[in-house]
Design a protein. Sequence first.
Length: 678
Amino acid sequence: MSATLNHSPTEPEVPVQRAAQEIWDKKYRLKAKDGSIVDETMRSTFERVAGALAALEKESDRELWRKRFLWALENGAIPAGRIISNAGAREHKPATSTINCTVSETIEDSMNGILQAAHQAGLTLKSGAGIGYEFSTLRPKGAPVRGAGATTSGPLPFMDIFDAMCKTISSAGGRRGAQMGTFDVSHPDILDFIRAKREDGRLRQFNLSVLITDEFMRAVEENKPWNLSFGGNVYRTIPARRLWDVIMNSTYDYAEPGFILIDKVNEMNNNWFCENIRATNPCGEQPLPPGGSCLLGSVNLTQFVTRPFTGQADFDWDRFEEVVRIFTRMLDNVVEINGLPLEIQRKEIERKRRHGMGFLGLGSAIAMLRMRYGSAESVAFTEQVSKRMAIAGWLTGVRLAAEKGAAPIFSETVAVTEDMLARRPDLRGDFAPGEPCDTKSLFLKSRYMSFLVQEMTGDERAEFLAGFHEHGCRFTHHTSIAPTGTISLSLANNASNGIEPSFSHRYYRNVVVDGKKSKERMEVCSYELLAYRALVNPTADPEAKDPGNRLPDYFVDAAAVTPREHVDIQAAAQRWVDSSISKTINVPTDIPFEEFKDIYLYAWKQGLKGCTTFRYNPAAFQGVLVRDADLANTTYRFHLEGGEVVEVKGNEEIEYDGEIHSAANLYDALKEGYYGRF
């Protein structure tokens, strides 16, 4: 791998840190079955991916597009991990997928339905894709089982089956499986779902999210009772605010469950006329219909900042939009080599050709532009980036449809139903129940596309509508913002994840190391710190005592951003993102509970599709990213067999079982039951 990454062809290079090289080598560098290296350098990885995607173009154009794809990859376009790992790798990994995101078919409330879903999920995870499921389709505990003379144990024990299956399967390339479990806020077992992860080691292969409806949020605001029901039967009625407090207490202490505002998701869905979404991919940025699938990619915003950290710092909008246009074509080509294991998944992605382009490095780029993340100017910049990405991508979509053909869904006709008009009463004057209607018309009537077209310039609108009416579009969805954790660290030298500010500017990442019985701490620096050292002051440090080596005030990290500022940034992007956004609002450990609860109400009122928070709580779990100060201030107690109690600070190293471990990682491994499983 190259020892440096160019920030700009005319500026000094930013050294690539050890963590970036090691993650690339472990997760994305192609190696043969015997372990021999195929990708000699990171450029070799990019060349492999560019060649694989260009091979899907007309033979006469392949070399042209290979060069353009490689240029885009070297200028900030970063396909998601499954594409980087598996595109052009079929000779070495024939059973792998290039798709990150899937959602299970609806899990039927029967033993056959549950086991069939588990079987399909196993095949999906084995291919390397993540998967989400809704489990509130299963009857509550205590409900009768027809023909068995017994009662059911409820959805949670069946979730344990999926958890064990995911834990057992080694997914493609050694990647651990990723799952999302969603649950309706009105299900009788919602309290059990909320509290499930309080049991050490339970459902650790899942992210959990509650499907929150507008009706429930209004009931909370108005202090109304809330019915817990299933199959038309009300099992119990509780105050909505009591249930709200249970959800909030759990997220406060355990960072879960997440919060999916499902009515907003469906209201803003481009495919509102043929989809009812009830689950997302494991990180929440892709709400998908039953059997749905989607591919991902991100643009590294740091690569477009010119003259960073100076009074002349600027963003190269022309180059950014050109990368978006080329990257849109690249991601569209991935559909042809999706490698999904299930027929319904393949049909779904081929019919709608969904992809989710987002960005990473927003926080890093904001700092390089000398703005403070969360400030009014940073919110405006976030909106501008999201808007320009959306419009450039959708214009490319109609151009691709003219060249290659539209997504098949745009040639279909559907019958307008009463249910459709109940969800969109504003369209009753345009459509009548039973009336046949082409999907192109219904698509343009979606709330997102109506907004987007209206916000285009006159020329953009004219081009888009003329192209869409004649040819349709190459895809039904174009944007979503993923968390990009290891992609940001490895291929972007630890530019900030997705839409986030940098977690910290110098901290530790807990990584799985082959053969080690607990996770290993690895020091990492933010990309903006590395760039500042390379371009401004080589001895700058976030903890410098010498005033001359301190970082500027605009160098903020996740903990320094207020919860409302986090939400404002997310809301600015969400207006222009047609799918959703994976974002974590980091809050101080000592944030008052009442203030914490207000974050979620504010997120709902700001029109977000989801919300997740993280409050450092070492009594509950050890995060992937940790600050040394947090570890130094946390005492871990180990109870030995003879009754002795050993107390150590989280950042201290201790010897156990013949290995040296950080106290925090050893404690977490023993508590959660994964010690020795790596």
